[in-house]
Design a protein around this ligand. Structure first.
Ligand code: AMP
Ligand code: MG
Length: 401
């Protein structure tokens, strides 16, 4: 068996570098900037008001309360058609441009209006300083300024900023396209009744969901029988259209584990027994330069293997600097006993943040076929080789969210 970090480093070392491309802003969420982005426009583009109220000359409010003549109205989107002179005010709505002459805004709550539409006055209750409630042009971003350096992960905030500077096409690393294949003669995926010895193909939908939740493009390459030719065909077609492949099943020590056999023949593969539980077997390598993850067939193992090997490597291929799940220290509620076996165990746990700290408890049955606990888990507790942890002990946890 080899240590987890050695296996992870090997996998990372075989994965290709991120590929720069250009994507529509609408498609950019979750990608990483391949180049720095510079502002070509000022944000805000013009001085405008942050409040509904009256645009005035600050100097005219000295000695408030004071009465001023209302000489116009500006809504957001209006262009000012006259200046504000001494003793004058223009009614103004949030986002509307400051009229020439005015240098401050008095919020509407601190004013009262009197007179007729043709001869309207406003009483201003307070003195306001120059710049009061005014958002200056370029206060957020100046033209020419580096808005985001290369390597920035594009989240909702970045999408909004990029839209604010009119960047409709974004220089980003390509989102990895990840093909998923399940293998096994016992698997049923067409909804038909189960015969003796048959089980539902749960790994393929589960892995496609993990791929997509992680921000990659999932490509369903179907269910393949335990036949060398069929496995070879789907793998060769898969590497033509995808940036990485995930297979599940067929990599253990059984007589019909042909994925390993085929990958050995057509790829540059390494077959690893990793000192972890679940997910000990991993076949990993490249076929025509495309990384292929031969994940174990046991349902929980396939998901844990994805978390530990595929997700970090695929994130790196997408240009992410941060590839790991966050790790926290948590108090174990109820013990998590285990026996020494030379492996690090990843226990499926429910994570809570309570009274200023993390707490975890077992998410249920820990067998590598017991998917319910995987589904209920939002963390993997890292149990080093030994006897596990007792109630109240501190344990390290990988957060799965
Ligand atoms: P294998 O790695 O092919 O020896 O499979 C190990 C175990 O995982 C067996 O019990 C398989 O039936 C099960 N298994 C393999 N592939 C899948 C799958 N796609 N969905 C559900 N169970 C699977
Ligand atoms: Mg099998």
């Amino acid at each position: 068996m080899i240590p987890l970090d050695e296996a992870q480093a090997y996998v990372r070392g075989c994965c290709p570098a991120p590929v720069a491309t250009a994507v529509a802003l609408r498609e950019a969420l979750g990608l990483v900037l391949a180049e720095p982005v510079l502002a070509t426009e000022a944000v805000p583009p013009f001085a405008n008001t942050a409040m509904d109220g009256f645009a005035v000359r600050a100097v005219d409010t000295v000695g408030a309360p004071v009465r001023m003549a209302v000489v116009g109205t500006l809504a957001a989107g209006d262009a000012p058609d006259r200046p504000v002179g001494p003793g004058e005010a223009i009614r103004i709505m949030t986002g509307a441009p400051m009229p020439p002459g005015a240098d401050a805004v008095v919020m509407v709550e601190l004013t009262s209006v009197s007179g007729s539409a043709a001869d309207e006055q406003v009483d201003v209750e307070v003195e306001v300083p120059v710049g009061n409630h005014v958002r200056e042009a370029g206060e957020d971003l100046e033209p020419g300024q580096v808005v985001f350096p290369a390597g920035t992960a594009i989240g909702p905030g970045q999408v909004s900023v990029l839209a604010s500077i009119n960047l409709g096409v974004v220089p980003a690393f390509r989102r990895p396209r990840v093909g998923v294949i399940s293998t096994g003669d016992e698997l049923v995926a067409d909804g038909s009744a189960l015969g003796i010895g048959q089980v539902r193909d749960s790994n393929r939908p589960g892995l496609l969901a993990l791929v997509e939740e992680s921000g990659f493009d999932g490509v369903d390459l179907g269910l393949v029988r335990d036949e060398e030719d069929a496995i070879e065909q789907v793998l060769l077609a898969g590497v033509e259209s995808c940036d990485a492949l995930l297979t599940t099943g067929g990599v253990s020590m059984g007589d019909f584990d042909y994925v390993k056999v085929v990958l050995d023949r057509i790829g540059d593969m390494r077959w690893m027994q990793v000192a972890i539980r679940p997910a000990k077997p991993l076949a990993f390598g490249t076929v025509a330069g495309v990384p292929v993850f031969g994940l174990p067939g046991n349902p929980v193992a396939s998901m844990v293997s994805f978390e530990l090997f595929a997700r970090p490597a695929l994130r790196a291929m997408g240009g992410h600097a941060e590839t790991e799940r966050p790790r926290v220290r948590a108090v174990a509620d109820g013990g998590m006993p285990r026996g020494p076996d030379g492996k690090v165990h990843f226990a499926r746990v429910v994570v809570d943040y309570r009274d200023g700290g993390y707490r975890v408890s077992s998410a249920g049955g820990q067998g590598s076929h017991q998917l319910a606990a995987m589904a209920g888990a939002d963390g993997l507790a890292v149990l080093p080789d030994g006897d596990g942890v007792a109630d109240g002990d501190v344990v390290e946890v990988l957060l799965l969210y």
